[in-house]
Write a new protein. Structure first.
Length: 265
């Protein structure tokens, strides 16, 4: 197989035409002439030995071969842009932008204080925060859409990150619940409890399910309620329990002996 290494300008021209659907718009986007774009595309197609673009009405679209090639092109360009940002960051540490991903609870309760201190230390650096589930945020990190993710992790994930601290999960119940007054928490009472969750797809819920499974406790199907305020209200009036870290749960008292799985954050 012959060695193939396309010119980066050809790749950028191809991606621009595919994105814009027009040679004219691609030329404007890259600040080039339309003839330069056409020449780059012809040279690239000659190298590959196939057509990459075709006309559909007034629009230019990738051919099946073009669809295959463009996926690799986008990945290559994204890697090059990421490398450029990393090199720029090394030259201008503390003077650039940092994109942080974190779960909603961390964004609400922990990050504000941390970001205030960060801004004091690096006033010329602009932090941008994106909230979401840890698993989804890690996928964003792998796509180079984020620079840093802070969230719950298991021991198996620590090869890809660094533990900051160990957090402890707590049973959150109504102040009127027997657990709040110190009644022992037994496997039977856990199995009978109605737990309320924000969504079953979060890293927190997966850790909780794994912990119960390891201890041989079969739970009732959780009540999924995609609204944190509603979950708080239902817990306060005794319609269920929630497992969470202690720091976002200052709105309700909980017993010191009601602890569950701990996990590095």
């Amino acid at each position: 197989m012959s060695e193939f290494l396309p010119d980066l300008r050809q790749v950028r021209a191809f991606v621009a035409v595919a994105d814009e659907g027009s040679f004219t718009m691609a030329a404007k986007r890259l600040c080039l002439t339309q003839s330069a774009i056409s020449h780059s595309l012809r040279a690239l197609e000659d190298q590959l030995g196939c057509r990459l673009l075709d006309r559909q009405g007034k629009k230019t679209v990738p051919t099946p071969e073009g669809e295959v090639f463009i996926r690799r092109c986008r990945r290559a360009l994204a890697e090059l842009e990421h490398a450029e940002r990393e090199l720029d960051g090394l030259k201008r540490w503390g003077q650039a932008r940092i994109r942080i991903g974190a779960p909603h609870s961390l964004c609400h309760f922990l990050l504000p204080t941390v970001l205030r201190e960060f801004r004091d230390c690096f006033p010329r650096c602009e932090p941008m925060v994106e909230a979401g589930d840890t698993t989804w945020l890690i996928s964003r990190l792998e796509e180079h859409a984020l620079d840093l993710v802070i969230g719950l992790g298991s021991e198996g994930q620590l090869d890809e990150g660094r533990p900051l601290f160990s957090d402890e999960m707590t049973f959150i119940v109504s102040p009127a619940h027997p657990w709040a007054s110190g009644e022992p928490i037994t496997p039977e009472s856990l199995a009978a409890m109605q737990f309320i969750v924000y969504t079953r797809s979060t890293q927190t819920h997966r850790l909780v399910e794994d912990w119960f499974e390891q201890h041989g406790i079969r739970l009732r199907a959780p009540l999924v309620l995609g609204d944190m305020e509603a979950i708080k209200e239902m817990t306060k009036i005794g319609l269920g329990s929630r497992m969470d870290a202690w720091w976002p749960c200052r709105w309700v008292s909980f017993p010191s002996n009601a602890t569950g799985p701990s996990s590095p954050v």
